[in-house]
Design a protein around this ligand. Sequence first.
Ligand SMILES: [Zn+2]
Ligand SMILES: [Zn+2]
Length: 581
Amino acid sequence: MPCPWGLFPSLDKETVGELQKQFEHSSFSQAEKWINTCLGSHQETCPGIFETSLPTRVLDVGTTSSDIRLVETNGCFGSYTSLSHCWGGAQPLTTTRDNFQKHVVSIPWEMIPKTFQDAIRFNRHLGIRYLWIDSLCIIQQDSDDWARESAKMCDVYENAYVTIAASSASNSTQGLFLQDTWDLLSLQISSAGAQGVEFFGRRAGPDHPRTQITPEHEGNEDWPLFERAWVLQERLMSPRVVHFCKHEVAWECGRGTLCQCTAITPTGKSAYRQTVLQAEPSALHVQWRELVQVYSSLKLSYLSDKLPALSGLAKQMMRKRPGARYLAGVWSDSLEIDLLWTRWRNPSMLSGIDGAAANRQAPSWSWTAIDARVDFLNEGTVRLKWVYSRILDITTTLETTDPTGRVSGGELTISGRFFDATVCLRTISVEKRGQDQPLETVEFGLTIAETGRTVWEVSEDHWNEDALFFDFAMDPFGCGRGVVQPADGVKLLRMACIRHWSDGYQIPRGYGNLVQADEAEYALILLRCEMAKTYRRVGMLIQRRVRRFEVAKYTDGDAGLWQDYPNAFGSLGILDTINIV
Ligand SMILES: [Zn+2]
Ligand SMILES: [Zn+2]
């Protein structure tokens, strides 16, 4: 059947205006119904906040366009909503030290950008007097106020009555509803002898944001809000979120996901909420690493915000992990795996240099040291078989009083097994391009001195082969094409051996009579710093071993199994204690 939309005449301006108002009203009412259902019957999963201690400052939305103003709350109680939005470059309206006194008296309606105006109208529809918007309620260009208020972000979103997400708008002037994209029609139906009836329609949204909070998370180019790193914690900490999407409103709470056209798929917010509520330690450890995988793929305007934009979620996690210390994005009670992050790399980038910016303030052992998506082990199917190193001490230097905020350094003292390695380079392909210099694609390798075994950079089939994952650029040693060996060479610190599937040979991966054993050795790639016994992490070496075998043949366990496929290190290396900064 052909799409009926094109068959109808376009509507006149006046009708469109009237319809937009109607649809807006019906969207507000739908969102209100979801909120009421959530507050009324989701007590176990979605805390109902009616009266709470208000954030430091809130916007009083008043009842008419002339009585909007900024209020200092001094700890008063009340209900408020919070706005989650894209700044998208310069903000047309912010609160600064200069205009603060004016904003306390009144903020003229015509100065307020459209997204904020829409949020104010939604607040009034709900009968909620206060609204929290970061750019108005935190004093901009005042670093003290910013440090103080951004550290409270966790409470701001956790205690909000509902969070209003401007999910389709790429800046604050576009509004909650992107009416220009609405596809409207009217339809006259009449039958003989009866009065005609006119129906109005709005086309259902052709797509929904891919908002999964799982490691399989993908980019959301068409949904500016979901690309922003700050927004992940705003969404996850809020008990309830109304998303104002291009064609409809959608809902997320601890119980699930809904939308007006009913075609949305679950987003993972409720699963996250369950894990946090149940607070089972190992599930929390996995949850954190999954969050980091998603978070590290999102966009930040300032690399120095890497820790602040996650600090709310870290605080929420901290309450559930009493006794654990939070150290620049990793946790003291799960360091063995938290430190085994690798930089995620798309194989198609093999031919290019992709120098991810380095955050030199962060310690190199923390994933926050690089501006790139990172991966952790998928723990559903793995377990640590051996841990070769012992962490003696780990500290960070905080830049503010916020234990989950910015750091200016950190030190990891670790005792373990060290191996010398040398750098090598090979040409993978040469592409001739007319008169130009031929384009050469090269790859770095590391040769482990003791065994002479070379492990190369990640190849296309990187899940089944040995690989190097460099943290920064393709030339982490700064040695250039001449392959000058860095002074004192490179050290490898053997960290752990991971076994996929929990029980060695009795694994649920049958190939006829064969079963599969699957192991990976993880070693940090380290470069020496000027200070004695001090190194920086520059990457991770992973050696994978996969064997398919008949169970009966290997009665002598591991030794027999791996005999003809030795690990790359050969021995246990040289025992030493060093600092990684
Ligand atoms: Zn709910
Ligand atoms: Zn929908």
